[in-house]
Write a protein that binds this ligand. Structure first.
Ligand code: 5GP
Ligand code: ZN
Length: 142
């Protein structure tokens, strides 16, 4: 199989700001965040997309998406949160390992699509990612 960056993150062979993990799912900060706290919830096992992920893993990923959303909501008080799952290239999928985006919204940008915003996004500094991850990890302990 071709190298998969999310398999590498799950096995810790690639660096990322991991927030939380269970037996079958792991969450870490998106390195090109749409907004502060933008998190990816990923299956630990490699599934390509929504169509081949098994039900138990899907439930685990969605439960984690809710947990992370609650923590982000309390910590950053966004005006809303989007859960986005892209399956297939035409749907905007760029990493072909099953994942769900948790994207907090802070103003009136709710109707902007991830694809449009993706073009404007800039790579966060490692320090910015570290600070955000530390805040969220602390929140996840409570
Ligand atoms: P998709 O477009 O497939 O739904 O989303 C893939 C997401 O993964 C993108 O938002 C992209 O910024 C993020 N991403 C891609 N490679 C990496 C990586 O190596 N590390 C982290 N933290 N995020 C990544
Ligand atoms: Zn993978």
């Amino acid at each position: 199989m071709q190298e998969c960056q999310f398999c590498e993150i799950a096995s810790r062979s690639k660096e990322s700001e991991i927030l939380y993990e269970t037996e079958s799912a792991i969450s870490f900060l998106d390195h090109r965040p749409v907004s502060k706290g933008h998190t990816l919830i990923v299956s630990k096992k490699h599934f390509e997309n929504l169509f081949d992920v098994d039900q138990d893993t899907l439930c685990e990923v969605m439960k984690m998406a809710k947990l992370i959303s609650i923590k982000i909501n309390t910590l950053y008080n966004p005006t809303g949160i989007n859960l986005i799952q892209n399956s297939g290239e035409q749907a905007g999928q760029t990493v072909f390992h099953f994942h769900v985006h948790v994207i907090p919204r802070y103003d009136d940008d709710y109707n902007k699509r991830l694809g449009i915003e993706a073009q404007k996004r800039v790579r966060s500094t490692n320090l910015d990612l570290k600070l955000t991850a530390n805040e969220l990890r602390l929140a996840l302990r409570n």
